[in-house]
Write a new protein. Structure first.
Ligand code: 0X9
Ligand code: CA
Ligand code: ZN
Length: 445
């Protein structure tokens, strides 16, 4: 595949392409720094196993160093941390063990700029993902359409695929169809989530009219899939042919050489409230200068708000896909409490009932997100707290272990299909989430 331009908004046309190709060739010669400025050593992050923390409070304290908590086990966690964050964790009295870096899947072959290494060729880079979306939409025009809902910091299209049969109405319903949102790839290195979104689009397209459950949901719901919330981060992560374990977007930060905002700390609900994000630009969980300061978050939040029609939010339920740990998570992340202002007992129980039922089908572990550690400014807290959308976070394969962000492409088919039933369950519940706790009459009459 030809090298693609990393900054489509600012560089257009043939001359620019030639310039960029030249720059890329230079960058490839020094794989550690495909940016014009190399990241200082202090900003280099590694994955560590941290032995000791065993409670949510202890894990939240580890996260408060600015490291990202990548996996939670009994009595230990896996973190991504720079040298300073690692030292702070060490001073808390915990033992750190450096884990091997991302796997080398180049198979001894020359890297192709902005593409997955040969052994992982089944993963879709941004251009391939967009081509796949276009092909699916073109193959099923009566039930699918694509919208460009905005652009990333570097100018890449952020797209939403709408899946519904507009000619069909749910039986006995006069109200508009309930809408359900699936988002993927807030975190750059979590490439399996893009495959999850592409699987859903392909599956709904190819089994409509053949599979009864799919057909009913395409007829009676409006399904939205945003397959790539963080295209700049994703492309940066694969740009040199060696995975970079990048998490954030690629927005520069004023007065700092460290780039990027953690998109899943930038949503406008209790932003930065509770020690579940960082105000330091170098942190893996940097929350940005203000809520929705990351263009990618603003684009998706504006899209969600655009689904308020006649004063009513049409989206009732959502899943935001992440990796890894095999978890089904529900809000809130900002508090350890099960219920809080903005979450009644019945609401929490409906979240938990549908969450546990979905987890029973995919074998993930269901829990409130703060059972892991405190987070603030996450999408699921915003979806519920601000929009009253039943928003879940799925942490996909693998369950734990190093290299968790880079499973080989051989697992894509199995691990995306694994969530088919859970996704259908959420769609089937989306007209009345309270049916799951036997309170349909009370809430959904
Ligand atoms: O920290 C995160 O954003 C998620 N984990 S990840 O390894 N994919 O970065 C977990 C978020 C859990 N909290 C909420 N969903 N609120
Ligand atoms: Ca492979
Ligand atoms: Zn994530």
């Amino acid at each position: 595949m030809r090298p693609r331009t990393p900054h489509p908004r600012r560089l257009n046309g043939r001359l620019a392409t030639a310039v960029v190709t030249g720059l890329l060739a230079l960058a490839m010669a020094t794989p550690a720094s495909s940016d014009s400025v190399a990241a200082p050593d202090a900003e280099r992050t590694r994955e560590y196993e941290v032995t000791g923390p065993r409670t949510p409070t202890e894990r939240t304290a580890v996260a408060a160093t600015g490291a990202s908590v990548d996996a939670v086990r009994h009595g230990s966690v896996v973190v991504t941390a720079d040298a300073r964050q690692a030292e702070r964790i060490r001073r808390m009295g915990y033992a750190l063990r450096v884990l091997p870096g991302p796997p080398d899947r180049r198979d001894g072959r020359a890297p192709v700029p902005f593409d997955f290494p040969p052994a992982d060729a089944k993963y879709h880079n941004y251009k391939e993902a967009m081509a796949e979306v276009d092909a699916d939409v073109a193959a099923h025009p009566s039930i699918m359409s694509k919208q460009v809902i905005g652009r990333s910091y570097e100018g890449r299209d952020i797209v939403a695929v709408k899946i519904t049969n507009g000619a069909k109405k749910p039986p006995g319903r006069t109200a508009a169809k309930p809408e359900v949102l699936f988002t993927a790839h807030q975190h750059a290195r979590e490439h399996l989530t893009v495959e999850m979104a592409l699987y859903l689009i392909k599956e709904f397209g190819s089994t409509y009219g053949k599979d009864a459950r799919v057909t009913k949901m395409v007829d009676e719901r409006v399904i939205w899939v945003v397959p790539d919330v963080n295209p700049d981060g994703g492309e940066y992560d694969i740009a040199t042919g060696s995975y970079r374990s990048w998490r954030k977007n690629r927005q520069p930060n004023a007065g700092s050489t460290a780039r990027g905002t953690d998109l899943n700390r930038n949503w406008n609900y209790k932003w930065g409230c509770c020690g579940g994000s960082s105000g330091s630009t170098g942190s893996e969980t940097y929350r940005g200068t203000g809520p929705e300061s990351a263009p990618e978050v603003k684009v998706v939040a504006d899209f969600v708000r655009s689904r308020i029609v006649g004063g009513k939010q049409r989206i009732t339920a959502a899943i935001d896909f992440h990796t890894y740990s095999e978890l089904v998570l529900w809000p809130f992340g900002w508090t350890y409490d099960d219920t809080a202002p903005g979450m009644t007992r019945d609401e929490r129980d409906a979240f938990a009932a549908v969450g546990k039922s979905m987890a029973a089908s995919n074998g993930y572990t269901p829990e409130q997100s703060s059972d892991l550690y405190i987070t603030d400014g996450t999408i699921d807290d915003w979806l519920w707290g601000d929009q009253k959308i039943f928003g879940y976070t799925f942490e996909m394969y693998p369950s734990s272990g190093n290299g968790g962000f880079y499973p080989p492409d051989e697992v894509i088919d199995r691990e995306t299909a694994r969530n088919r039933d859970a996704v259908l369950q959420l769609l089937e519940n989306a007209d009345c989430m309270y049916r799951s706790i036997g309170k349909e009459a009370q809430y959904c009459a």
